[in-house]
Design a protein around this ligand. Sequence first.
Ligand SMILES: Nc1ncnc2c1ncn2[C@@H]1O[C@H](COP(=O)(O)OP(=O)(O)OP(=O)(O)O)[C@@H](O)[C@H]1O
Ligand SMILES: O=P(O)(O)OC[C@H]1O[C@H](OP(=O)(O)OP(=O)(O)O)[C@H](O)[C@@H]1O
Ligand SMILES: [Mg+2]
Length: 282
Amino acid sequence: MLRIAVPNKGSLSEPASAMLHEAGYRQRKDRRELVLADSENDVEFFFLRPRDIAVYVGSGKLDLGITGRDLLLDSGAGAEEIMQLGFAGSTLRYATRPGTAKDVSEFGGMTVATSFPGLVRTHLSDQQVDASVVELDGAVETAIQLGVAEIIADVVETGTTLRNAGLEIISAPVLHSEAVVIRSTGASAEGPKIGQFLRRMQGVLVARQYVMMDYDIRAERLEAAVALTPGLESPTISPLHDKGWVAVRSMVRTDEAQRIMDDLYELGARAILTTGIHACRL
Ligand SMILES: Nc1ncnc2c1ncn2[C@@H]1O[C@H](COP(=O)(O)OP(=O)(O)OP(=O)(O)O)[C@@H](O)[C@H]1O
Ligand SMILES: O=P(O)(O)OC[C@H]1O[C@H](OP(=O)(O)OP(=O)(O)O)[C@H](O)[C@@H]1O
Ligand SMILES: [Mg+2]
């Protein structure tokens, strides 16, 4: 049975479970459930603290885990990222009160508060900056107001929390993070069960990112139309009863669908339809 760690709290928890559910796996209905067996799919889910997931997977006790890239790298555990999941996108950034420092190179002798001490220590030492690091569990922004640190390194998504705390971002991001699937670096070659799990998750990503597009086009305009909708491999072309026309079916990115429909219409395509994809295997 495949053993998979899933975040039990925080920003990663709900979207991770939603994605697993979309991929056809059972998910817990009660947040107090710690372990859930999905015998039909031969998988067992362990609901764990996001920060601990890399440790469990790195130790080889669990086959796979879903966590944040930042948590994985901060842990220093022997686990590696094998798939990006496209949610919980954020950056780890330094911030401070205006006037304190303009760049990491000016942090010498200062204290940096963060929930990611591993990543921040490595980053500061890579930049050859001699600053102290104080580890906090959360609400790191307040550390400056309370005088615990001059600088913070924290997760930034929209930047609202920093703005509300009167802090400004300095320097380039320490890291770009998102939710990822991880496995132990010491694990043996990927077995068929892991392969099947990853294909299911990939199927959800594709279903979220693409729609199916159908349209009719005059045969002489087909090549120009196909250039707009090349599909993932190659579009399906079907003859219509009217010999001058063909029907085209192709996958297009959801965020480009409206622009492509406009361009196809301009080209003379008609009966242009898009339909959602619920699941797929590429
Ligand atoms: N506002 C946010 N937007 C996007 N991703 C976020 C945000 N806050 C945290 N994350 C990501 O979520 C993961 C952290 O999960 P964790 O559950 O430890 O923190 P959290 O979501 O802040 O939860 P909490 O602070 O309530 O415990 C990291 O990968 C981090 O990059
Ligand atoms: O850039 P923003 O969109 O404002 O999001 C970033 C904030 O979200 C997270 O905080 P969370 O609410 O999880 O609280 P925490 O600091 O206690 O983790 C993170 O730690 C930042 O503070
Ligand atoms: Mg948080």
